[in-house]
Design a protein around this ligand. Structure first.
Ligand SMILES: C[S@@+](CC[C@H](N)C(=O)[O-])C[C@H]1O[C@@H](n2cnc3c(N)ncnc32)[C@H](O)[C@@H]1O
Length: 230
């Protein structure tokens, strides 16, 4: 639920239209589908985390390196982002998958940073309004059944002067690669519950968050976004 109800029927119709256009043509999926997929993939995610860091570590460091205060990592996976935060940040991670969180706990046991993990749905965060200084999330909006709801929740729990930092993957800006992604989109979704040809900026633009900065890398497939709560 949004922090402010923000207005009239016309505004909510516009929001509904944007949300519908973001998900248009995508196969619907449920929280139960996501849980099942990640129950199966938790061990692989933990085992292959080194590869994840090798590929995306520099982008995570650049975006999350100055995240400060109480930091919420939404859909934290095996806790990969914890090591990239500023040294005095307190790390709170949530994920829908108990199996993934078990792997995260084992991984984060060794870190000196204060960390807390919760099993929770990003689309219905069980935290009060304004309870985090920074909200971060990576490679996640592609898997949320309702990414706009999850982004709205990130805005709700972020302090009004806080920051929301997103590292997302999506459709390449290079024609042949984008074509390949479109061609394999259904098969990829079937296996991973991941919309790998999503347009991350359009997804965030359909939410109440206000984008203050963005950049892309890796043939346009990686997008870093800094936003403010709406
Ligand atoms: C591709 S992984 C990314 C993990 C991690 N953020 C990273 O950057 O490596 C997607 C994660 O989103 C989680 N997830 C998907 N839907 C969710 C939801 N509604 N609420 C919380 N976590 C969710 C999955 O369980 C999985 O751990």
């Amino acid at each position: 639920m949004a922090k402010t109800d923000g207005g009239d029927d016309e505004a909510s119709t516009v929001a509904d239209t944007k949300r519908a256009s973001v998900l248009a043509g995508q196969q619907p999926h449920t929280i139960a589908d996501v849980k099942e997929t990640y129950r199966e993939q938790a061990t692989t995610m933990a085992r292959m985390d080194w590869l994840n860091r090798a590929f995306s570590g520099r982008y995570r460091r650049a975006l999350f390196g100055d995240a400060t205060g109480r930091v919420l990592d939404v859909a934290c996976g095996v806790g990969t982002n914890a090591q990239y935060l500023g040294h005095d940040a307190e790390y709170v991670g949530i994920d829908i998958s108990g199996a993934v969180l078990t792997a995260a706990r084992q991984r984060l046991d060794d870190t000196p940073r204060e960390t807390t993990l919760y099993e929770m749905d990003a689309q219905e965060l069980d935290f009060p309004d304004d309870s985090f200084d920074t909200v971060i999330s990576s490679l996640s909006t592609c898997t949320f059944p309702d990414p706009v709801a999850a982004l709205s929740e990130m805005g709700r729990v972020c302090a009004p002067d806080g920051r929301i930092l997103l590292l997302e993957h999506g459709r390449s800006s290079v024609g042949p690669i984008a074509w390949l992604q479109d061609w394999r989109a259904d098969a990829h979704f079937e296996k991973h519950n991941c919309r790998w040809n999503q347009e991350p900026l359009a997804v965030v633009a359909a939410s109440p968050l206000r984008i203050s900065e963005s950049s892309s890398a890796f043939l346009g497939m990686i997008t870093a976004i800094e936003a403010c709560p709406g």
